[in-house]
Write a protein that binds this ligand. Structure first.
Ligand code: AGP
Length: 609
């Protein structure tokens, strides 16, 4: 997704903007640019390519300014090129705009503006915004912006400035996020908090239809009617160090290794090892309501969907409640039936995924009660849900979700235990044993991480394979899906995840010595069934890597390679089986020289459909 950064303050504007854009790189982009006001003249520099290219260009011919805007573009309308890179200008060249989102009605608007005499330089939807503000500009940039955005349909977070109403940056949003940073005599606007953390921890999150007017003296807020707003200032506890690699080659590897700690951070304080009680009042949904629910629906996308699928097994097994798991991108368009006795869990680490936000809004329209599991504080989904349970993974910079995935499973385990207790589905002994197992998970994760080197060595043998199959059953079927997603999204190797029982219904035709299979086979209720999968594959000369309990001696001579994990409660094995599939994908991608933290075509948060 595109990234926006704006700055007014005493520091070197170009430097602040470039440093800010670097903190937005993880969102995925193909071009970048900045614009500054240099003594009432707008100076723009844009590149097709990386921010390092922009930095090089600025080193050769620097830009001076008293304030400015920066942008990383993830092309939606108009191919990646210097011309289509933001910022975009109006006809006069005295106004610039940067934008994240999609203007659905940009073509009719562009035609109308052209008929009114505006000339366009780019193929982008964004440029329409610059000309609309120009059309309505009568001296006040915020008033012109208020009028211009009334004509926009679609999703947008925009920031603009004009030398005819300076020094001032105006920002507004409907859909994608925009956050204002309040520093000491310096002010920022950004698509997310990462670029701001090294300057301030005081943030104001814009809601849809709100406008921020950023000037050297401070920031004012209003709505689209021009009425001024008093906005809450949030103090964020995330630190700049959290968004540094700290010696790891990639953020993804750092985040894989952070998993034991972030699972501890998500569990701690929410379940008592002494009393066995849950402490989840923070979710904001009453025990009375939860006691009555008859069904749960889980809605998510991508890796979060896979976490939700694990949560389905947790809730069914522990709380004895039926669970539907839905892709948000499908659910939002369905004529789904929901009643007040259904708990809707909406899972999104970024809290900004457009399809999930749309599904949340559709669910609320039908009067159901959505509980969000998010990792980013004050994100759109976190703000719009009725109930909320934050994961405590800290900022996740790698596009491929890892630590947030484990944290989502931890949050779902807490919710499943909470429901099980409220519905009196677990006796005290089982409850304590489950809680102890859950508290042991981080330590067991650490044991697997200590095998990273041997997993790297194993991965080396597979960097030239073009296809992979992942098989799991029951609570590890989602891990087969997640392992396949990790491999394909960062190494670009084709990989498919399947429930083991489906092999006979087609996938077994794939098996030969050219397609290795990763089999997830902890000793659980489907162990023998997974063993049959192994023999089916072996008789067809398939190469098998197995993820199995360390004390499983039976598996050793049935497969080609074993990655051992400590034994644990079978229901909680996904926390452990996840780590080998993450590391395996990471090392293959890294050895293939892939851009692991910013895989091609992908964005960290899909804020457009
Ligand atoms: C997973 O590695 C991907 N980054 C992607 O599938 C991601 O999980 C999905 O886009 C959902 O993101 P969210 O959790 O922020 O909603």
């Amino acid at each position: 997704m595109c990234g926006i950064i704006g700055y007014i303050g005493p520091k070197s504007v170009a430097q602040v903007l470039i440093e800010g854009l670097k903190k937005l790189e993880y969102r995925g982009y193909d071009s970048a640019g900045i614009a500054v006001d240099d003594e009432n003249e707008i100076k723009v520099r844009r590149v097709k390519g990386k921010i390092s290219d922009l930095e090089e260009s600025l080193a050769k011919s620097p830009l001076q300014g008293s304030y400015g805007l920066g942008h990383t573009r993830w092309a939606t309308h108009g191919r990646p090129s210097e011309e289509n890179a933001h910022p975009h200008r109006d006809c006069t060249g005295s106004l610039v705009v940067v934008h994240n989102g999609i203007i659905e009605n940009y073509l009719p608007l562009k035609k109308k503006l052209k008929d009114e005499g505006h000339s366009f330089q780019t193929e982008t939807d964004t440029e329409v915004i610059a000309h609309l503000i120009e059309k309505y500009f009568q001296g006040s940039l915020e008033e012109a912006t208020q009028r211009a955005v009334q004509e926009l349909e679609g999703a947008y977070a925009i920031a603009a400035f004009s030398t005819q109403d300076a020094p001032k940056i105006v920002a507004t949003k409907v859909g994608p996020p925009a956050v204002v940073g309040l520093g000491e005599n310096e002010y920022f606007v950004s698509s997310d908090i990462n670029p701001l953390l090294s300057h301030t921890q005081r943030m104001v999150f814009l809601e849809d239809g709100e406008i921020a007017v950023i000037e050297p003296e401070g920031v004012r807020f209003s709505d689209f009617k021009g009425s001024s707003l008093e906005k809450r200032v949030d103090y964020l506890t995330w630190t700049p160090l959290m968004i540094e690699k700290e010696g790891f080659k990639h953020f993804m590897l750092k985040e894989i290794f952070e998993q034991p700690q972030v699972v501890r951070d998500t569990i701690t304080g929410r379940v008592s090892l002494d009393s066995g009680e849950m402490c989840l009042d923070e979710i904001g949904i009453s025990a009375e309501f939860l006691k009555k629910i008859k069904k749960t629906v889980i809605i998510a996308c991508g890796t979060s969907y896979h976490a939700g699928l694990v949560g389905k097994y947790f809730i069914e097994t522990l709380a004895d409640i039926p669970v539907d798991i839905e892709y948000a991108s499908e659910y939002r368009y369905r004529d789904f039936i929901l009643d007040r006795e259904t708990l809707v869990l909406v899972i999104s680490q970024s809290g900004e995924t457009a399809d999930v936000l749309a599904a949340l809004r559709a669910v609320k329209k039908r009067g159901a009660v959505p509980l969000a599991i998010c990792n980013v504080k004050n994100s759109s989904i976190a703000r719009e849900a009725e109930g909320l349970l934050y994961t405590h993974a800290g900022p996740e910079i790698g596009v491929a979700a890892t630590k947030t995935f484990s944290d989502q499973m931890a949050a779902l385990a807490l919710i499943a235990l909470h429901l099980a207790q409220l519905k009196e589905k677990v006796d005290s002994e089982t409850n304590f044993s489950l809680i102890e197992d859950l508290h042991r998970i981080p330590y067991r994760m650490e044991k697997i991480l200590s095998q990273a080197e041997s997993i790297e060595k194993l991965a080396r043998r597979f960097i030239s394979f073009s296809h992979f199959l992942y098989l799991g059953r029951w609570v590890n079927y989602p891990i087969a899906l997640e392992g396949a997603l990790k491999l394909k999204e960062i190494s670009y190797i084709h990989a498919e995840g399947y429930p083991g029982g489906e092999m006979k219904h087609g996938p077994i035709a794939l098996i030969d010595e050219k397609i290795p299979t990763m089999v997830i086979i902890p000793r659980d209720r489907v162990y023998e069934k997974m063993m049959s999968n192994i023999s089916e594959i072996k008789t067809r000369l398939g190469y098998i890597l197995a993820i199995a309990f360390e004390d499983d001696k039976e598996i050793q001579d049935k497969v080609d390679k074993v990655i051992s994990i400590p034994s644990t409660n079978p229901l909680f094995t996904p926390f452990l089986t996840t780590i080998p599939v993450q590391l395996f994908a990471y090392y293959i991608a890294a050895m293939r020289g892939a851009d692991v933290d910013q895989p091609r075509n992908l964005a960290k948060s899909v804020t457009v459909e």
